[in-house]
Write a protein that binds this ligand. Structure first.
Ligand SMILES: O=C(O)CCC(=O)C(=O)O
Ligand SMILES: [Fe+2]
Length: 447
């Protein structure tokens, strides 16, 4: 393994390589930007004798020459002292299929390394990263850092920041920029929630401001409107709450930013859990992967109408963060497996409470029940694809709703409140050329 800018001197073997393969070769590398974050990159080389590959932000795990011919072995060494990579050959068929794989509808984004100066650790191998010291209001000043933050969230599913000085306006600005700088459509803005909006009268700051683009997460509001559902005595199995935010919208969410500003006075309780949709997909057998990729599911929120009828809550009916998010139906059909455009990885998207009252299209009632149960079990019963976060005051979690599910924990009696910004992203899509996370990080076998 090596790290740093490496210059690979092809001079010695230049004639051999280019002579043998015509006018191009490509160097394919597996890199790691953290202990568990790997990426494949490819560098095309045409005519120069020395190529410089900037690897200052990643560890190079392996590298190989992709050529159009088989059975030629190279042992190339970097001229840089720290780099020492073995290059082997790649066969034609595999190279062709790799090239095909790379033709994605949306090219994945490469992490630029601008967050490397902040201390961080991965909370579990599969999901979650914590930046225990960074302040988001500093990151907010630099678009390159915001972009890298968006890429990191998409790769890790959820990231955590402690004790943040972020104002409501800054939280909103960050929410919008995360999506904008990672390629969301220009029509996608911040979500205005149909029933959790300013008319509920809950202030989002000490000045008493109210804001439709902040959905206030409040234990007191929950008690008022949800009939004991979100309390210690709900009588529900806790895993009832797994979901991804606002997937009942046609254009659903890319990122959610939640800042907790009031913690239960008992000093414990109210943790949030996230589960990786990438890993849930990866745990399916090839046959089930194929099945899931062929299906669509309806995500729905029938309870909003009940809230209107029972409590007289007003609905936001228009432009809920996108011209596509309008009306009072609150359901949308999405692919069961979706491609995250930022990583290019496939994720299970149909699971949890948002498909409970609807489900998979074109299957029998019984098949629907079985699929719903299994896809919920995948995220709720595999604790090795989950991460659990214990909140401190003013902590912020930011997650990617395209490839992570989450659930609150109602194990406390005191008051708990947070400000939530939900950004609207692209319409969910499935790109058959995309790869799974395991494939991208660990190679074809998924290791
Ligand atoms: O209160 C929590 O822990 C999470 C609530 C939630 O689902 C959200 O903020 O989207
Ligand atoms: Fe949520």
């Amino acid at each position: 393994m090596c790290r740093g800018d490496i210059s690979i001197d092809l001079a010695l073997t230049y004639d051999v390589i280019l002579g043998a393969f015509g006018d191009w070769i490509a160097i394919s590398m597996q890199c790691a930007t953290g202990p568990n974050t790997r990426q494949a990159t490819t560098h095309m080389v045409t005519s120069s004798e020395v190529i410089i590959i900037s690897a200052s932000h990643c560890w190079i795990l392996s590298a190989r020459v992709i050529s159009s011919r088989k059975n030629v072995t190279f042992n190339l060494r970097s001229s840089a002292a720290q780099a020492e990579n073995e290059f082997d050959t790649y066969d034609e068929g595999a190279a062709a299929s790799k090239t095909k794989e790379r033709k994605l509808l949306v090219e994945p984004l490469q992490y630029g390394g601008t967050l490397d100066s902040y201390r961080y650790f991965d909370v579990t191998p599969v999901i979650g990263r914590e930046f225990p010291e960074a302040q988001l209001n500093k990151i907010l000043k630099d678009d390159a850092q915001i972009r890298d933050l968006g890429i990191t969230i998409a790769q890790r599913g959820v990231i955590f920041f402690r004790n943040q000085d972020l104002t409501v306006e800054q939280q909103k600005a960050l929410g919008q920029k995360l999506g904008e700088l990672t390629g969301k459509p220009s029509t996608s803005k911040l979500h205005r929630h149909a029933v959790i909006h300013s008319k509920r009268g809950v202030a989002v700051d000490e000045q008493g401001n109210r804001d439709d683009e902040i959905s206030v997460i409040s234990s007191e509001q929950n008690k008022k409107f949800y009939n004991g559902l979100f309390t210690v005595n709900s009588g529900k199995i806790a895993s009832h709450g797994w979901h991804a935010d606002i997937s009942f919208e046609n254009a659903s969410s890319d990122y959610t930013l939640l800042k907790i500003i009031t913690l239960p006075e008992e000093g414990t309780g109210g943790d949030t859990l996230w589960a990786s949709g990438y890993e849930a997909y990866d745990r399916l057998s090839p046959a089930f992967k194929k099945l899931a990729e062929s299906l669509k599911a309806v995500h729905s929120q029938p309870y909003f109408r009940t809230l209107v009828e029972k409590h007289g809550l007003e609905l936001i009916e228009e432009n809920r963060g996108s011209p596509e998010n309008r009306g009072t139906e609150f359901w949308a059909s999405h692919p069961v497996v979706r491609t995250n455009p930022v990583t290019g990885w496939k994720s299970l998207f149909a699971s949890g409470s948002q498909i409970r009252s609807s489900g998979f299209e074109g299957v029998t009632e019984r098949e629907n029940e079985i699929l719903k149960l299994y896809f919920l079990q995948l995220i709720a019963e595999n604790h090795d694809l989950q991460v659990r976060f214990k909140w401190g005051l003013n902590d912020v979690a930011i997650w990617d709703n395209r490839s992570a599910f989450h659930t609150a924990t109602y194990d406390y009696y005191g008051k708990r409140q947070g400000n939530r910004v939900v950004s609207v992203g692209e319409k969910a899509y499935f790109d058959p050329s995309s790869t799974s996370r395991r494939e991208a990080l660990f190679g074809q076998d998924g290791l």
